[in-house]
Design a protein around this ligand. Structure first.
Ligand code: AMP
Ligand code: MG
Length: 329
């Protein structure tokens, strides 16, 4: 989809002129008619069924998503943050279900959800081709798991998915001229600081463009991530977490890691991040009751569709893409 020409630099409610409405309607109708969208959505539909089957076979329970909550992911990058006042309480739209996932591991060993996330990204994100303001994460968490276990599960899930998609969606991949390569396990691992030393600031993009198979960036420095990823007790400042990066320049696929679960460490991390206990009072109350060690990850479904189909832009993986900073239906 072409980036919408109707652009409002602020996000205030505006009165639309009839010309603007017509342009938007034309663009959406054009988008919905594109064969690319049809084939991409067929692939996406298979992604949902194959991955959920894979997880259920391994003892995961699917839980429904949370759409509004008094608690959501603070994220480590700026986004607009609207809230809803409801009977005197302030609710946010879910940016990720990280805290809800972690709370659930007290009662369930393995859970997953297809979680719609609203992240009103700044308009410059439109340049990446892989950011939407509304997308879905396949978000999972495992009680008592280590980072290695969750990485191994992620590798198995990707390999299983690619193999099955090649069979179930042969025609769609043929339409895109996509020869999907099945990666071999274990995926390559590169420590964040090593990648940074070798390639500089832009390492993710450079490595993603050079690689032929998905690979991991591990041991991400504390200041680069939110407070809930676990700091390695033997290596202060380094987190026990990871990103999976797609090859061929498609960039980040998923983020995950082990979680902080001890109250004193959670409070210390909130302070080190310059955030307030007030902001996370609900989570802290649960932490006082005791949280479980856990690990998990979240993988963006539209990005996964984009990679499997080899789409240039993520918009073609959604019938009604919310384009950062632009008028969308
Ligand atoms: P995060 O934990 O913030 O890295 O988000 C988890 C995953 O969700 C990412 O690795 C992406 O696959 C996906 N994701 C994050 N932000 C966006 C976005 N704005 N548009 C589409 N997918 C996203
Ligand atoms: Mg990430």
């Amino acid at each position: 989809m072409k980036v919408n020409k109707i652009h409002k630099s602020n996000l205030h409610l505006c009165f639309m002129e009839s010309g603007e409405i017509n342009t938007l309607i034309e663009e959406i109708s054009e988008h919905l008619e594109k064969p690319e969208l049809y084939h991409a959505l067929k692939v996406q539909s298979s992604i949902r069924s194959i991955t959920s089957e894979f997880l259920k076979e391994r003892g995961f329970i699917e839980v429904p998503p949370v759409i509004i909550s008094v608690l959501t992911d603070p994220l480590n990058h700026p986004v607009f943050d609207p809230t809803i006042d409801y009977y005197g309480y302030k609710y946010s739209l879910t940016k990720s279900m990280i805290f809800h996932k972690h709370l659930l591991t007290k009662h369930f060993d393995r859970i997953f959800t297809f979680s719609p996330n609203i992240r009103l990204e700044e308009e410059d994100k439109v340049k990446t081709g892989r950011h939407l303001a509304e997308f879905t994460q396949l978000d999972l968490e495992m009680k008592g798991a280590s980072r290695d276990e969750v990485m191994s599960l992620g590798e198995d899930m990707i390999i299983d998915l690619f193999k099955k998609i090649k069979r179930s969606n042969e025609e769609d991949l043929k339409f895109f001229g996509r020869d999907l390569r099945i990666p071999s396990k274990p995926f390559k691992r590169i420590a964040y600081l090593d990648a940074y030393k070798q390639y500089g600031e832009d390492f993710e993009h450079i490595l993603s463009s050079e690689m032929k198979e998905p690979f991991w960036i591990i041991d991400i420095p504390l200041e680069k991530r939110e407070f809930y990823d676990r700091e390695d007790p033997s290596r202060p400042g380094i987190l026990v977490d990871m990103d999976l990066i797609y090859p061929e320049g498609f960039g980040e696929a998923l983020s995950g890691g082990e979680r902080e679960y001890e109250l004193s460490r959670i409070i210390d991390r909130i302070h080190r991040k310059g955030q307030t206990e007030e902001q996370f009072k609900w989570y802290i109350e649960f932490a006082k009751e005791g949280l479980m060690p856990s690990a998990g990850f979240g993988i963006g479904i539209e990005r996964l569709t984009r990679f499997i189909c080899g789409l240039e832009r993520i918009e073609d993986a959604h019938p009604f893409p919310k384009i950062p900073g632009h008028l969308s239906l």
